[in-house]
Structures are given as structure tokens and as C-alpha cells.
Design a protein around this ligand. Structure first.
Ligand SMILES: [Zn+2]
Length: 179
């Protein structure tokens, strides 16, 4: 069973930081702590500043930070791919054209066929990184995944984003949610 996730990534899909470098930056910030003993080797416990580095949008969310607090506790996963990779959750969403802002209802068929995506309304072609995925999907070579954050429960704070952008030649980062 997959958990609700908040993912962030660099908007430039080809950029990938060394995982050790990314991990070190996140440890220095206090966003991640100890590695969690698991099979993947890319899972980390929340660090001591984790709650300060995210901005929670609701009032007083209940956030579990360790397995002792309950099953749905927050942990962080670092995902790296050799090629830009498209990730999305199982929730339904309607991406929009970045040119005419109309919805692109047949995006799933188009992704299976090929990239780029062509807007059925205005006919413009877009790369996957140019489509407005409505905070429900992302295209990148590397993702920071926060498990057990619900849709629109939290966003990455400015300090966290600034540090990440410092690792990627000041190229901006963005975020999305997956269920
Ligand atoms: Zn269009």
C-alpha cells in the first residue's frame, strides 16, 4: 500500500545532484536524520528541524515522526533516476496546457505513445516538464519524497527550497502530491 506523499524536484528534468551531496545538505538543514534500516537504503527519519522546514497549511495537523507514534509516520525517501522520469500518484487530475490553459484530457494516452505532449485545444507541443500538472505529477531525474503528508497538508518552506536550488545551479524546484 502506498502512502500519501509530498514530492519535490528540480524543474529542470536533466539535473541530478549526487545522492550523497543531496543527503548531506538535507542533514545539515535538519530536514532528515538517521537512515532508516530498510531494504532500499534511501529512507531517512525526519530530522530535528523537519517540522520547521515545511509549511503546514491547516491548523494543528497531527504529524507522527517515528514508528513509535503510529504506522503513518513521516519519513523521507531520496529517489534518483538515470533518466528524467515521470511520477504521479493514483489520484485523478486534469493537467493543463501551458499555452492556452485548457485541460489536456488525453494525457495518459499521449504519455504512453510518446513525449512531447500535444495540446488538443491549441495544437502546441510541450515537453513533460512544461505541462501544468496541477501539483499532481512531476518530471525529473531526482525527487525528495516525504511519506505520509496528505494532499495540500504542507508545502516545502522557503529555506528548504533555497538550499535545494543552491545545489542545482539556482534552477528552481517545485513540488506535487501523490496518493
Ligand atoms: Zn493549448
Amino acid at each position: 500500500m502506498s502512502s500519501p506523499r509530498l514530492l519535490f524536484h528540480c524543474k529542470s528534468p536533466d539535473i541530478r545532484v549526487g545522492e550523497a551531496q543531496l543527503q548531506q545538505a538535507l542533514v545539515e538543514l535538519g530536514f532528515i536524520g538517521e537512515a532508516i534500516d530498510d531494504t532500499s537504503g534511501h529512507h531517512y527519519a525526519a530530522g530535528e528541524r523537519f517540522l520547521d522546514l515545511l509549511t503546514f497549511l491547516g491548523c494543528s495537523p497531527v504529524i507522527n515522526l517515528s514508528a513509535e507514534d503510529g504506522d503513518a509516520y513521516c519519513f523521507i525517501e531520496l529517489l534518483s533516476y538515470e533518466q528524467p522520469t515521470f511520477l504521479h500518484g493514483s489520484q485523478s487530475f486534469q493537467p493543463r496546457c501551458r499555452h492556452c490553459r485548457e485541460p489536456i484530457p488525453n494525457w495518459r494516452d499521449q504519455i504512453q505513445a510518446s513525449s512531447p505532449i500535444t495540446c488538443p485545444s491549441c495544437g502546441q507541443a510541450m515537453s513533460l516538464s512544461e505541462v501544468n500538472w496541477k501539483q499532481s505529477a512531476g518530471y525529473a531525474s531526482q525527487f525528495v519524497v516525504v511519506h505520509n503528508i496528505y494532499l495540500h497538508e504542507a508545502v516545502p518552506g522557503e529555506k528548504l527550497m533555497t538550499r535545494l536550488e543552491g545545489l542545482t545551479e539556482s534552477k528552481p524546484w517545485t513540488y506535487f502530491y501523490a496518493l
